[in-house]
Design a protein around this ligand. Structure first.
Ligand SMILES: *[C@@H]1O[C@H](CO)[C@@H](O)[C@H](O)[C@H]1NC(C)=O
Ligand SMILES: *[C@@H]1O[C@H](CO)[C@@H](O)[C@H](O)[C@H]1NC(C)=O
Length: 323
């Protein structure tokens, strides 16, 4: 990939379109990059937030024995062979009786690859709200409740934050619509848009083994990598080329999400926006020195890309992860 290739790749990632994963620049030590299998070593959960014109939120009443009668947002585990959107539509149909379309990803929460939850803002496109007469093993019923007076008990309080995020997004969309891109991937990995900014200049870290490319880091399944969550994989890659102790590294959030789920590709690629800065305040004109030959900084001179990147950074215009 030439500099035009890099610019095209960055434009695709900033536009939420994604890019096929061609290989990984960093992987967990001593662990072969074996493909992951849904429900064997990875588990993904989908969740939907619906808000109507009256500021009501759609809740479902749980049927499962351990939480029977409590209220929650429509949510559930993905099944092998499904795309993320198909899983969302199936869960919403089973639990609430409605057909739906996702508008945008709202939030990603994770505890390493063994549990990742994708929450969407969605809107109903048909179907009939499930009444208590249709109670089954999936749910007892579904109903709209004013956001300010939710029923009790809730199955868990974690949905309050997601409902709040959805309301904020509807009030003022902080990031563009971000929907899963159907691109196959065999591992759980992250493609980094790792940026260093000085006054009006942005550099992006690139992998230089093969054609220059946006670096990809695979998440490990070892207990240590699981405990550290997916940010461990970002730090591992950066550690391979930068001296981190005088740097502050932050994952701002997601620019995009890639998954196919067919033909035994149960992996996921998260395109993440990361900032690298010096801990010591003061203007630094040049990015931190890169060790070795496998990475380098690319100065983004294309004006539209530069301004898009600066805007996404300044406004944190990304899908939050674990927040
Ligand atoms: C995940 O599980 C599958 C099926 O059990 C196995 O073949 C694969 O090696 C595992 N992947 C990793 C990365 O451990
Ligand atoms: C750079 O990449 C090559 C090829 O992937 C690898 O053999 C080498 O160990 C890497 N160098 C460093 C310093 O990680």
């Amino acid at each position: 990939m030439t500099s035009e290739g890099l610019a095209g790749a960055l434009a695709a990632v900033l536009g939420g379109r994604g890019l096929l994963v061609q290989g990984c620049d960093s992987g967990p030590a001593g662990e072969a990059l074996a493909p992951v299998r849904l429900r064997k070593n990875v588990s993904y959960v989908v969740l939907a937030v619906f808000l109507n014109e009256q500021d009501e939120v759609l809740l479902i009443q749980e049927a499962k024995r351990e939480c029977r009668g409590s209220w929650y947002l429509p949510a559930g585990r993905m099944e092998p062979g499904e795309t993320i959107v198909e899983a969302l539509q199936r869960e919403v149909k089973e639990e609430a009786g409605l057909h739906c379309e996702p508008l945008t990803l709202l939030s990603v929460e994770e505890r390493g690859p063994s549990w990742i939850r994708f929450s969407f803002l969605a809107h109903p496109t048909g179907g009939i709200l499930k009444t208590p007469k249709e109670a089954d093993a999936e749910s007892l019923q579904a109903a709209w409740y004013p956001r300010a007076s939710l029923p009790t008990p809730l199955r868990a309080q974690d949905i309050l934050h997601l409902i709040e995020l959805a309301a904020q997004y509807r009030h003022r969309a902080r990031h563009p619509f971000i929907l899963p891109q159907e691109l196959p991937c065999s591992v759980v990995c992250q493609r980094l848009v790792a940026t260093f900014t000085s006054v009006q200049t942005v550099w992006v870290l690139v992998g230089t083994v093969g054609m220059p490319h946006l670096p990809v880091t695979a998440c490990g399944l070892t207990p240590m990598e699981q405990r550290g969550g997916i940010k461990m994989a970002v730090l591992r890659l950066l550690q391979e080329c930068l001296t981190l102790h005088h740097l502050a590294v932050e994952t701002k959030g997601l620019l995009g999400l890639q998954h196919l789920g067919r033909d035994r590709t149960d992996g996921i690629c998260l395109n993440v926006l990361v900032t690298v800065a010096f801990r010591n305040p003061g203007i630094q004109d040049e990015p931190p020195k890169v060790r070795g030959e496998n990475f380098s900084w690319w100065k983004v001179v294309e004006e539209d890309l530069q301004s898009q990147l600066l805007q996404r950074l300044q406004e944190s215009s990304v899908v939050p992860v674990n927040r």
